[in-house]
Design a protein around this ligand. Structure first.
Ligand code: FAQ
Length: 338
């Protein structure tokens, strides 16, 4: 889309919404935006965009970034207790990748006119969400494998279509993230396959872990379509490319043959192939539990946010030192120019 006259926040220079200036100009801007969406082109940060589009993106991209950063905690819990040097190196690299994903996503969000500092504040004050899945504990090393297989697997299912999302910086961040998530998923599957080829006790650990993570993994896709308040508008704007239920179905269909190859089962008595639909039928997660977790009442919500808050506070001196250094460098440059 070509550049127009507004700031990244969709407001004009006076700070009022562009639609409030000249009715015909506003209609033209909106028509330009809608034409970009209709052509499946990217909207870029300096393009005019409706305020609702910008707010929806800030909400989703921030939630996504927070999920990556909070998502470091359940696996990070096992770095000091990895069963071998090889597993420790792999896990360290994976958790570092997640920090990187968070940073790409915060950067994408900053192009919408909100700073990373503001986003972090909103997370630790409970004004923005992160994925429900990271409020469940990791109780055994098999959970590291299950998170890689099922949680990264669900993340890939959800995020591959987001590479085509209508907002340029988000889509471009997703391309690299998806490549790394694919690697994460494979390492999880390889870990579980190794355990399944081990002792009876190891096989039981894997099955127990899969039993605990299956339903929370299905919840990652969000509420059912008829209870998803944001889906219709997000699809119309090309922010989301598929509905929550479509992606959940895709994930179940993808996971069943993988479970079979691994030798584990999913804890769902209703799970079976439906020849007519050429897809699996499956049961519904406990949506009341989902709502409780999203509201902050899951098993680890308090712990996750307390940990994040402490890390943020402990890092204050680093941010102050970096800002002071940047200011000093800027004044040195200015003096050099003068
Ligand atoms: N958890 O109307 P919808 C990862 C909220 S990254 C918490 O359907 P929407 C990598 C939703 O925000 C995982 N809240 O909403 C990794 C909304 O509330 P709001 C993160 C949820 O946005 C792997 C309300 O419910 N991925 O795993 C959840 O259209 C391993 C109504 O819902 C993304 O963020 C939930 N599961 O669709 C890292 C992907 N579901 O905001 C470490 C991008 C829904 O109005 C280790 N996001 N809610 O107050 C999306 O695709 C969408 O935002 C959905 C939700 C599909 C998550």
């Amino acid at each position: 889309m070509t550049d127009t006259t507004t700031t990244p926040s969709g407001t004009d220079e006076s700070g009022t919404h562009a639609s409030g200036t000249h009715a015909s100009g506003a209609a033209e801007l909106l028509a330009g935006f809608e034409a970009t969406i209709a052509r499946n082109d990217r909207v870029e940060p300096r393009d005019w965009m409706p305020e609702g589009y910008r707010k929806t993106l800030v909400r989703q991209v921030a939630q996504h970034a927070h999920s990556e950063i909070i998502g470091m905690q359940p696996e990070g819990n096992w770095i000091g207790r990895a069963p071998s040097l090889r597993r420790k190196a792999i896990l360290l690299a994976k958790v570092q990748d997640e920090a990187g994903h968070g940073l790409y996503l915060y950067s994408a969000c900053e192009t919408l006119g909100v700073s990373r500092g503001q986003l972090t504040e909103m997370l630790i004050e409970g004004r923005q969400k992160y994925s429900s899945i990271f409020n469940y504990p990791t109780l055994s090393y098999a959970d590291v494998g299950t998170i890689g297989w099922l949680v990264d697997g669900a993340a890939i299912c959800n995020q591959v279509p987001l590479c085509r999302t209508s907002f340029g910086p988000y889509g471009r961040a997703m391309i690299r993230i998806c490549k790394e998530e694919s690697f994460h998923q494979r390492q999880g599957y390889e870990l579980l396959m190794t355990m399944m080829q081990g002792t009876d006790e190891q096989r039981a650990m894997v099955q127990e872990s899969v039993n605990r993570f299956w339903w929370p993994a299905l919840m990652m896709f969000g509420p059912p379509d008829d209870e998803s308040p944001n889906s219709a508008q997000s699809m119309a704007w090309g922010i989301k490319r598929n509905t929550n239920d479509d992606l959940r179905q895709r994930f179940v269909d993808m996971s069943v043959p993988q479970a079979k190859a691994l030798g584990v089962t999913f804890p769902d008595p209703e799970l079976r192939w439906n020849d007519e639909r050429q897809a699996h039928d499956f049961g519904q997660p406990d949506w009341d539990e989902f709502m409780q977790v999203v509201k902050g009442n899951g098993p680890c919500n308090t712990q996750r946010i307390a940990h994040r808050r402490k890390a943020h506070e402990d890092g204050a001196w680093v941010r102050e030192a970096a800002s002071a250094y940047a200011a000093q460098q800027a004044s040195v440059r200015e003096e050099g120019v003068a």
